[in-house]
Ligand binder design. Structure first.
Ligand code: PCA
Length: 323
């Protein structure tokens, strides 16, 4: 019995199931099971099973349960898991190109964000390809705004505020407002707010809603600074091992899911604002001195990104502007 079990486990581990055809992949995702990115990940897995006639069987593990958000990319790169999903700009510290979707006030509608992605895509795929990764699909979060536990009228109100960041761009933005950034995964955000590790952050309405942040915070300023994307990546070796037929099925599933996910994000944008309001939060645009300061900081971050990325970044912006 024990030998049989061991043999069965070994077959699962190598992706070969009893019928000798199906491959089983675990897919870690960083955000909670009820978040739309994670729900779309499950739809993607369903489509993959359908379009590959069951030859590839993907199991989604949301909420950082298999690998924490900060570990997923490395786990996929090194083949600890064949596939995974992560916020792309979280890797901007490895290559600033990967912050193409975090340059403030450049692409602030879903259409603009899509045009910017089309301009950035070849370069991004090349950068990630050199890191042993194949990009399957990407999906934008709704626009990013600021959460606080008080009304904010200018940077006078933000000095010394403890700020939860999710990448280097968000940390830079916070520092420019005199805040003190600490990087925390969305999965740990509620705890960080409850324990006072953080008392403000930037994100979409989605993450405020998912994490019920009205339990700790009172104000959301929509701002709409950028729309960062999550992406689903595959280990290049695992990808090469699939047959051409299976790869085509996965690509079809990925193309459809990417599009459906983008539509879902757009559809949910106002729903999240309404839910924040229903739960007692004040949801408004930033105004007056605060709005002006955000624009100024955004402009210097645009310049900084172009300086950091050189010709490659400029080519992306030129292609985008020409769109
Ligand atoms: N939510 C994610 C990233 C962007 C967003 O809207 C987060 O806060 O981690």
């Amino acid at each position: 019995m024990k030998t049989m079990m061991t043999a069965a486990l070994a077959m699962v581990a190598t992706g070969a199931l009893a019928d000798g055809h199906a491959t089983a992949w675990d897919m870690p995702m960083a955000y909670s099971a009820s978040n739309f990115h994670s729900e779309m990940g499950v739809e993607f897995a369903d489509k993959v099973r359908e379009y590959t006639d069951g030859a590839l069987d993907i199991t989604v593990h949301p909420g950082g349960s298999l690998f924490g958000g900060g570990e997923i990319k490395r786990a996929v790169q090194t083949g600890q898991v064949p596939i995974g999903e992560r916020l792309m700009s979280a890797h901007a510290n490895e290559d600033p190109i990967l912050a193409w979707d975090n340059v403030p006030f450049v692409a602030t509608s879903f259409d603009e964000n899509e045009a910017l992605w089309q301009a950035a895509k070849p370069t991004v795929e090349e950068v990630l390809g050199e890191q042993n990764l194949v990009v399957l699909y990407t999906c934008p979060w709704p626009g990013q705004g600021f959460y606080f536990n008080k009304a904010v009228e200018s940077s006078d109100d933000t000095q010394g505020v403890k700020f939860r960041s999710y990448n280097t761009a968000t940390a830079t933005f916070a520092e420019a407002l005199g805040m003190v950034p600490v990087q925390v995964e969305a999965a740990e955000l509620s705890q960080a707010l409850a324990t006072g590790v953080a008392e403000a952050f930037i994100s979409s309405g989605a993450t405020g809603y998912d994490r019920k942040v009205w339990e700790h915070l009172s104000h959301y300023y929509k701002v709409n600074a950028w729309m960062p994307r999550n992406y689903v990546m595959v280990n290049a070796g695992a990808w090469d091992e699939l047959s051409d037929e299976v790869r085509a099925g996965v690509e079809q599933a990925a193309a459809e899911t990417g599009e459906a996910c983008r539509a879902k994000s757009e559809e949910l944008t106002n729903f999240y604002f309404e839910e924040l309001e229903k739960n007692g939060m004040t949801v408004t645009d930033a105004s007056g001195a605060f709005a002006d300061q955000l624009q100024e900081i955004g402009a210097s971050m645009q310049e900084q990104w172009l300086a950091d990325t050189g010709e490659a970044g400029q080519a992306i912006m030129d292609a985008y502007m020409g769109n």
